[in-house]
Design a protein. Structure first.
Length: 494
């Protein structure tokens, strides 16, 4: 690259060092930091966020970007300029003071949320959450939007997506999903009671790390820890962090790890030459989620997967008794309305997302006060799934996202669901023996295809262009709905 590109890359490296430090502090806060460190951590993160924002929107960055734009000739150079230009344009619209306030508040809010959830005390969290929604509204006004205030926020997570797109997506999948859920509700229920009990955490940790390693997560470039809410983060292609959590349901840690490992392998799949540049990493949260859901559900909840892994699981946990591999497979695919999103079955999962999307829209437009969120949340769960949370801890307080200011984020989860099946369908055309490979515990061809078509592309293309290149068509619900019907009609003998 030319000296002008060198100047741009040098500035990007400075910004990356700052944002990586913030990410490391956030990981530490959610895994090891004592609660007493919250105030200092908020100050540290607030200052670093301000510095990173100032560096991105500086006159020096503008000059470096303009110089590189005029000389961009290769595909990589053009992509780098495009990505940085978008980040620059979005960031210059948001005041540095608002960025710093949001970062400080998020650091404090996390500890307040953890305590509030543990004590079932929404009122103690409400003032902080109210300010976080106000900040989200201010961000949206600074960014600008044509139709709905939500558009400006969603676009930050999924480039080009709007509230109207999200509504259209939910409307497209609802009829067939609702019909399938109704048919299952009238079928013979599946007993999964044997998956609930007291499971040794050290054994769960060892087993879940074995699963992640076997499917392809590289522990030479990553690790797994525990957190109140599972997540994946990292600050280099060579340093990706997974977390999981342990609960009375044995599947919680298993599928939490599979989910986060999907995110982690996506991050590890970026070319090392792009490390610590804006070209590395997942291109959008919708595409990112497609990979966590693909590995968690399409691979991890498949019959061939447990035909291979169940003997070792039973050996690790003899408490499973006489439960067979087939019984375990059906148990982990039980369809039942539940309160916890991250442990929801594939069919009802989108209803969890729809609830959050609608509530976010209502708060942002002023149609719902933050103080009234618990009752609104409970009412929607009753309407959509026929169940009502018994407490705010299993209701409005269950997700970590709002405490971190990730408002406008949730629809990307459902986008990921649709894309996971669409990508798997395309993969199956080139790797037609996926069931046999999974049954043998050979995941290299699957990971190789995904790395070639998705992971190694980083931010080289826009999300929509990447999906078009990988699957031959834009996001479409057909593969998702067809896949669910095939699987669950067989599971429930419909």
């Amino acid at each position: 690259m030319s000296t002008r590109f060198d100047a741009l890359r040098a500035r990007l490296a400075d910004i990356n060092a700052l944002t990586s430090s913030i990410a490391m502090m956030d990981w530490d806060q959610q895994t090891y930091m004592p609660p007493g460190g919250a105030d200092a951590r908020a100050e540290h993160v607030g200052r670093l966020s301000r510095m990173a924002h100032e560096a991105l929107v500086s006159d020096e960055m503008r000059s470096a970007l303009e110089g590189a734009t005029g000389e961009a000739s290769t595909e990589e150079e053009k992509a780098l300029v495009r990505v940085v230009r978008r980040d620059f344009d979005l960031s210059t619209k948001i005041p540095t003071s608002l960025v710093a306030e949001k970062s400080r508040l998020a650091a404090l809010a996390h500890e307040i949320w953890v305590k509030a959830r543990a004590e079932n005390d929404f009122k103690s969290f409400a003032p902080t959450l109210k300010r976080m929604f106000e900040i989200a509204g201010e961000e949206a006004e600074h960014l600008g939007y044509k139709q709905h205030i939500y558009d400006a926020l969603l676009d930050q997570y999924e480039e080009g997506a709007t509230a109207a797109d999200a509504r259209a997506m939910f409307e497209a999948v609802k009829p067939r999903q609702v019909a399938l859920v109704k048919a299952i509700s009238e079928a013979e229920p599946i007993d999964d009671s044997m998956l609930y009990g007291s499971w040794d955490e050290a054994k769960q940790s060892a087993y879940t790390q074995m699963l992640a390693r076997t499917i392809g997560f590289d522990f030479e470039r990553g690790r797994q820890d525990t957190a109140p809410h599972p997540f994946c983060t990292g600050w280099s292609v060579g340093d990706i962090r997974l977390t999981t959590r342990y609960k009375p349901y044995l599947g919680a840690a298993i599928f939490g790890t599979m989910h986060e490992a999907g995110h982690g392998m996506y991050e590890q799949g970026s070319p090392m030459k792009w490390d610590r540049t804006p070209l590395a990493g997942g291109v959008s949260l919708g595409v990112h989620e497609s990979q966590s859901r693909l590995w968690e559900n399409i691979v991890g909840r498949s019959r061939p997967f447990w035909e291979h892994f169940y003997p070792s699981l039973h050996q690790q946990f003899p408490e499973l008794g006489s439960l067979s591999a087939e019984g375990f497979y059906k148990a982990v695919n039980k369809v039942e309305a539940s309160f916890i999103r991250v442990e929801a079955d594939e069919l009802t999962y989108n209803l969890h997302i729809l609830t959050r999307f609608e509530l976010e829209c209502d708060v942002l437009t002023g149609d719902l006060a933050v103080a009234d969120l618990p009752e609104a949340w409970n009412s929607k769960y009753e309407t959509y799934m026929g169940i009502r949370p018994k407490s705010d801890s299993e209701g409005v307080l269950q997700d970590v996202h709002w405490s971190g200011g990730s408002i406008g984020y949730f629809p990307t989860y459902s986008m990921g669901n649709l894309l996971s099946y669409q990508i798997w369908e395309a993969l199956g055309k080139d790797v037609p023996n996926t069931d046999d490979l999974i049954r043998k515990g050979d995941f290299k061809p699957i990971l190789g295809w995904l790395t070639d078509k998705i992971y190694s592309k980083g931010h080289l293309y826009t999300p929509k262009e990447l999906i078009l290149r990988a699957t031959g068509k834009p996001m479409d619900p057909t593969a998702y709905l067809d896949g669910l019907e095939r699987k669950y009609k067989e599971v429930y003998s419909l």
